[in-house]
Design a protein around this ligand. Sequence first.
Ligand code: NAP
Length: 246
Amino acid sequence: MLFKDKISIVTGASQGIGKAIADLLAQEGARVILWDIQEEKLKDVAQEIQTRGGQADFQQVDVSKLAEVEEAAKTALDHYGQIDHLVNNAGITRDNLLMRMSEEEWDLVFQVNLKGVFNCCKAVIRAMMSRRQGRIVNIASVVGLMGNLGQTNYAASKAGVIGFTKSLAREVAARNITVNAVAPGYILTPMTEILSEQTKHMFLNLIPLKKFGRPEDVAKAVRFLLSEDAAYITGQVLNVNGGMYM
Ligand code: NAP
């Protein structure tokens, strides 16, 4: 087991990629703390993990609200005394062509995707720095690297996550904390389920491996970056995209 006695926070953990990450870290012995806005689903995920013999707690947290995030981090720290891993996975889309995009669609995506990462990192970084130990993985997107029509808000927020990741990596490296990003391509989750058949077909044509990714593919990349094997890797973006962007 890679993560025995480790405490891992995973945001957006009630479904999709976040759920797969939480599952895998729990299988590796970590106690996972699940954060999401969907309390009922969180409860189910925590129960599923516990049924399989894993250790899981959950807290209903809106990552876009700094006060809520700080309170949740404090609860976790009071309870367990340490946070070893933070996986910033919570993210949303509000797609529209720029011409039609509302200010609300722009702001909401930034509040969750980018400010959420800032909030969660801010809430745990002091504790990680004083222990001189910690690993942060931020979930970006292939779209943050290559752009996509109808996603100026989402692509800019994910490009922002990459810039944030590299900057924080430089700030905390001397304290033995690594900060990396994983940039998934097209992954089969509730987020992509809603896309039209035409859009799915268009994406498939862009993927050299000719198949969509699974949440587990992303979870395995996160596991690697959190592990001792990745101890000398920081400020990097690991693409998990079937070759869609090289
Ligand atoms: P998903 O199925 O929509 O899951 C995201 C989870 O985050 C949902 O449970 C969502 O709740 C939750 N969430 C939304 N806003 C939140 C907030 N303010 N605070 C806490 N939790 C919140 O998405 P996914 O496909 O698994 O994506 C996970 C991450 O990977 C995201 O950052 C996404 O941008 C990124 N990504 C996904 C793909 C893909 O192809 N699926 C590709 C590249 C990158 P609600 O359902 O209520 O919103």
